[in-house]
Design a protein around this ligand. Structure first.
Ligand SMILES: Nc1nc2c(c(=O)[nH]1)N[C@H]1C(S)=C(S)[C@@H](COP(=O)(O)O)O[C@H]1N2
Ligand SMILES: [Mo]
Length: 403
């Protein structure tokens, strides 16, 4: 259930309008449906009133994208500029009033129990820099116009998380029970009455092996995680697309099977064009090598002939980035870009720059990254019904005019 449109219709029809209004779901659904009326500037929803309005595109009250030209060059994406994507209305701010008291239930381990954030803080500490990217980032480039937010490049950011490694928590609870192939996280949203919980709950399973680098995090970019980004506690699964990083997590379970919540069984599946998601199809999980140019770009304003610093971001998903090439002629020829700044580990993105002398003319600027395992960012997107996992360098190319 990637889009509000895909909320089961019969449930919506069966529910009373007042029940929906009570949880803000009615206006949320309408807002999301009316998304991207091209240039219409929507106001920031109150719970993210602190975001930097000039750096973001508000598609709806639950879908906010970073502008391509707003990505800076110093690796980390500030919270004020970071994209936002909620499948359900955001929980009440009361859940971050006493952060340390937030409880999470651990299941599928030898000694299952409830732990508070305070307990977790005594069990271990780790920090990871990671690209957080929505599965649908780049959907806006699909000519098939899949339903869902038409993100271009800005449903992604590179952020630093701090928390306890999941494996430390699991060890403290006696280890994972035998036969548990999955790690399943459940979001702490209050679910509206009158709807089948399985049809809307945000619950995702990843292979249990992802536990190796996973974390239960309470800090983002050096501050307690905001409510908008999943505070008081968020499951972080480095290398996996956004949806697998469960906000306000209330349960972490090691399970024999994948969750049967709709968002897992039918949502976020790679279905053939024209098809519907089902459990037999690949789930959108590990990210693969991708890059794009952030500057110059078509909205950069007038570009003067002469020296240009063509820069952008590149990441490998599960692997480090080995190198990036840049083309100024739409991919006919490539030059090696320079990786810039600190390497924050394989799950972070790297900034790259190509210094080029650009005489007056029109240019198609493209970037193509290679990861440490030798995988090269592809020219074409993998077609699929919902517009997931677009890593095409051709789709991400920008046309600029130099005068
Ligand atoms: N509990 C919960 N976790 C969630 C979501 C949600 O709606 N509820 N949305 C997911 C999706 S689809 C994405 S892309 C990311 C977005 O994270 P952000 O809003 O912090 O950028 O959170 C994921 N985790
Ligand atoms: Mo997402």
């Amino acid at each position: 259930m990637n889009t509000p449109q895909s909320l089961p219709r019969r449930h919506l029809l069966a529910s009373s309008a007042s029940a929906l209004a009570a949880v803000g779901l009615a206006s949320w659904t309408q807002g999301a449906m009316a998304q991207t009326a091209a240039a219409a500037v929507k106001p920031l929803p109150a719970f993210v009133g602190w975001k930097d309005a000039s750096s973001i595109i508000v598609h709806s009250s639950t879908t906010i994208e970073t502008k391509r030209g707003a990505f800076g060059t110093s690796v980390i994406t500030p919270a004020e500029q970071l994209y936002l994507r909620n499948n359900l209305p955001t929980p009440d701010a009361s859940i971050v009033a006493d952060r340390d008291a937030w409880e999470i239930t651990l299941e599928g381990v030898k000694n299952p129990r409830k732990l508070t954030v305070r307990d977790l803080k005594s069990m271990g500490l780790e920090t990871v820099a990671m690209v957080l990217q929505c599965s649908g980032n780049g959907r806006g480039f699909f000519p098939s116009k899949p339903s869902g937010t038409p993100w271009t490049v800005g449903a992604a950011g590179c952020v630093v998380w701090s928390g306890v490694p999941v494996r430390a928590v699991v060890e403290a609870l006696g280890g994972v029970n035998a036969g548990m192939g999955y790690m399943t996280g459940t979001g702490g949203e209050k679910l509206p009455d009158g709807l089948d919980p399985k049809s809307i709950i945000v619950e995702r399973s990843v292979p249990a092996a992802a536990m190796a680098d996973a974390m239960l995090a309470w800090e983002m970019n050096g501050a307690p995680i905001s409510l908008a980004h999943g505070g008081p506690l968020r499951l972080i699964v480095p290398g996996y697309t956004g949806v697998n990083n469960i906000k306000y997590i209330k349960q972490l379970a090691f399970t024999a099977k994948e969750s049967d919540a709709k968002i897992m069984s039918h949502g976020y599946r790679i279905s053939p064009p024209g098809g519907k998601g089902d459990p037999s199809q690949p789930s959108v999980q590990e990210m693969t090598v991708k890059s794009w140019i952030n500057s110059p770009h078509p909205d950069s304003g007038l570009l003067k002939a002469g020296l240009a610093q063509i820069h952008g971001v590149a990441f490998g998903g599960m692997n480090a980035v080995k190198g990036v090439e840049v083309s100024i002629d739409g991919g006919k020829t490539w030059q090696t870009a320079r990786l810039v700044g600190p390497d924050l580990g394989k799950y972070a993105w790297r900034q790259f720059v190509l210094q080029a002398r650009l005489p007056a003319g029109t240019y198609s600027l493209a970037s193509r990254a290679t990861d440490a395992a030798g995988n090269v960012q592809p020219e074409s997107r993998g077609e699929n019904q919902s517009g997931y996992n677009n890593t095409s360098w051709a789709d991400h190319a920008v046309k600029v005019t130099v005068a």
